[in-house]
Every structure is written in structure tokens, then in C-alpha cells.
Design a protein around this ligand. Structure first.
Ligand SMILES: NC(=O)c1ccc[n+]([C@@H]2O[C@H](COP(=O)([O-])OP(=O)(O)OC[C@H]3O[C@@H](n4cnc5c(N)ncnc54)[C@H](OP(=O)(O)O)[C@@H]3O)[C@@H](O)[C@H]2O)c1
Length: 322
């Protein structure tokens, strides 16, 4: 763990693109299946979130073909047309069982580019390490071909174990390409990556980790607690983490986050994101449904927790390592 000045940009891997050290995740953009798009928030609020993020220095957005069945990419495509600022887009390929030829990769990528209204993206990630009928070797070769074609700048994976990440890294290496990222669930309440070898392997291989669900779907903002009236929308209401016993377990972490937030004149969400940014080559991608959330999350940039804060957070979230 390090503290002090955090970098202003992060190069994903040698020869790879550089991203802002904090991104915005757009799973909730256009998704009414898990989240509650169209009911609790709409396109105007997402458009405001997009521009607020850019104004606050966040220039990297993460999406996927499956988010809102393409709607997340469509929304981003429309918003991208409204800015002249350079924006890095990362999207994802879902290895569905019937996608078993390399043509499927090209067709799927072209459909994403079409929805995003761009000719290329900075990063293309394999959403899950499913093998089905297209083995990793064929898949990584198809992605390497897309780098050569110029439709993607860098290749990433998501939810890969240390071993799977090593395999993808080695296969791409044979084509002279560096695996840029592994996007994994990582937050103060999801620290398994530190004990299952993923963090160590990524550091050894020079791979950046993109931390998904870095606020644990809103829990680390402190707005869902034993004392608060706030109830999560969408599918989260059925999650045990948001139940009374889940919130009881969370209480010491929220107390600690609030104390550290007060000390720095920040919010618990900003402290939680800054903790991740202090783990070295980790870029958190919090979701934001409106301009206020985007602005507040961007407040994790430009300062750093100190060594004592990092130690305190490490200790209070020890139970979340397993
Ligand atoms: N690769 C994968 O398999 C995978 C899986 C999951 C996520 N992801 C990526 O990671 C991104 C983020 O994950 P996530 O959306 O699951 O969870 P998250 O970032 O941990 O939480 C996002 C939610 O927290 C609340 N929130 C965010 N900022 C807030 C703020 N400043 N103040 C108060 N509330 C705030 C919002 O919901 P409410 O306002 O409704 O509480 C928001 O939708 C996704 O959008 C996606 O890009 C990837």
C-alpha cells in the first residue's frame, strides 16, 4: 500500500492507452432489468452525469454490449456526439455459447462500435471467462486481429482468476500484445482479489485492475444504513447485503468511513474510491445515475488518504478479505 500523490493518468499497460485514474461505469444506463432505468432516472439525468463527469476530469467510461441490451452503448454514443473532448471508451464482448467462430468477435465488436457511433474503442474486454466452444486461444487471437485492424486499441478481460489472466496474457504475448486489464469486483467490501492471487499476478504482469462495483452497489456511500430510511431500488432490495443483518455487519465500516471522511472534508464514497486508487494500478469505475453522483465520485480525485487512514480501513475491512 502506498499513500501520497496519486497519478493523474494511468497507462493500462506498456504501449497501452492512458486513462483517467477514475472512470464511470454505465451498467445502470438503460438497464431496467437489474437497476430501475426509466422509473427512478432517465436519459436527461444520464446525459447530465456524462457531462458532469467530463467537467470534473473523468474521461473514461466503461460499458458492455449486454448493459440494457445495447442501450448503455447507444446512450453513450449519443452523448459522445455532444462533446469535442477526448473520451476513452471500454466495452465488453460476452462469450455466448453460440459464438464459436472468430467472425463472431468481429461482428459483435462492429455492432458495439455502431451503437457507440465510433470507429474504434480504447479497450475491448471479455466479460466473463466462459470457454464454451471457442477456446481462449481462438478468442485471444481474434482480439489480437482486431488490434491489428485498429478497431480496438487494447485488450482486456473481466472476472478472470489469476491463472486465467496468466493464460490470456501468455496467448496475447505470442502475438506481441500486452493484456491491458482485468476488470474484477474490488472494493472495501470485496477484498478477495487480495487473497486469491489476482492483485499479485496483475502487479507482476503489469496489468491494470479495473475495480467494478467499487461502492458495493451504493453501500459504501453510507446512504443505506440501520439509521437511514433510504431503500435501494431494483434487484438490490433482494440482496442480503442490504438486509438488516447485512447493514448490521456493515455498521463498523460505515462509522470508520464517516470518521475518515470528516477528517478530510470528503464523503464516505470519495474515501472508498480513494482507498482503491491507493492500491496501485487500480482504476475504480463507480456507477453514477445523475450529475450529483458523478461530481461527488469525481471528488475522489486530486487528494490522497494518508498511511494511518489506509491502515485503519485495512483493519476494519479485514473480514471482507475472505
Ligand atoms: N465486469 C463485470 O462483470 C461487472 C459487474 C458489475 C459492474 N461492472 C461495472 O462496474 C460499474 C459500477 O458497478 P455498479 O454499478 O455495480 O456499482 P457501484 O459503482 O458500486 O454502485 C453504483 C450505485 O451506487 C449509487 N451511487 C453511486 N455514486 C453515488 C454517490 N456519490 N452518492 C450516492 N449514491 C451513489 C447509485 O445507485 P443508487 O443511487 O440507486 O443507490 C449507483 O447506481 C458498472 O456500471 C459496470 O460498468 C462490471
Amino acid at each position: 500500500m502506498t499513500s501520497g500523490t496519486l497519478p493523474q493518468t494511468i497507462q493500462l499497460c506498456p504501449d497501452g492507452p492512458s486513462f483517467s485514474p477514475l472512470g464511470i461505469g454505465t451498467w445502470a444506463w438503460g438497464d431496467s432489468f437489474f437497476w430501475s432505468y426509466g422509473k427512478d432516472y432517465d436519459e436527461d439525468q444520464l446525459q447530465a452525469a456524462f457531462h458532469a463527469a467530463l467537467d470534473a476530469g473523468i474521461t473514461f467510461f466503461d460499458t458492455a454490449e449486454i448493459y440494457g441490451f445495447g442501450e448503455s452503448e447507444r446512450l453513450l454514443g449519443r452523448f459522445l456526439k455532444q462533446t469535442g473532448q477526448p473520451v476513452a471508451i471500454a466495452t465488453k464482448y460476452f462469450p455466448l455459447p453460440w459464438r464459436f467462430t472468430t467472425d463472431a468477435v468481429t461482428e459483435t465488436l462492429k455492432a458495439s462500435l455502431n451503437r457507440l457511433q465510433v470507429d474504434s474503442v480504447a479497450l475491448y474486454q471479455v466479460h466473463w471467462p466462459f470457454d464454451w466452444f471457442m477456446g481462449q486461444e481462438t478468442l485471444m487471437n481474434a482480439l489480437a486481429d482486431e488490434v491489428v485492424q485498429g478497431r480496438i486499441q487494447a485488450v482486456g478481460v473481466s472476472n478472470y482468476s489469476a491463472e486465467q489472466m496468466q493464460q490470456a496474457h501468455d496467448l496475447l504475448h505470442q502475438r506481441g500484445i500486452h493484456l491491458a486489464v482485468n476488470q474484477v469486483k474490488y472494493s472495501l467490501l470485496s477484498r478477495q482479489m487480495e487473497t486469491n492471487g489476482v492483485v499479485k499476478a496483475a502487479q507482476d504482469m503489469g496489468i491494470t485492475l479495473l475495480a467494478h462495483s467499487p461502492l458495493d452497489q451504493g453501500l459504501l456511500t453510507g446512504k443505506y444504513s440501520l439509521e437511514s430510511e433510504a431503500k435501494p431500488s431494483g434487484a438490490r432490495q433482494f440482496s442480503p447485503k442490504f438486509s438488516r443483518s447485512g447493514l448490521q455487519k456493515l455498521a463498523p465500516v460505515l462509522d470508520c468511513l464517516q470518521a475518515i471522511a470528516r477528517k478530510h472534508n470528503r464523503t464516505p464514497a470519495q474515501v472508498s474510491l480513494n482507498w482503491l486508487m491507493n492500491q496501485g494500478r487500480v482504476i475504480p469505475i463507480p456507477g453514477a445515475k445523475n450529475a450529483d453522483q458523478a461530481r461527488q465520485n469525481a471528488g475522489a480525485l486530486g487528494w490522497s488518504l494518508d498511511e494511518e487512514d489506509l491502515q485503519t480501513l485495512d483493519t476494519v475491512t479485514e473480514p471482507w478479505k475472505s
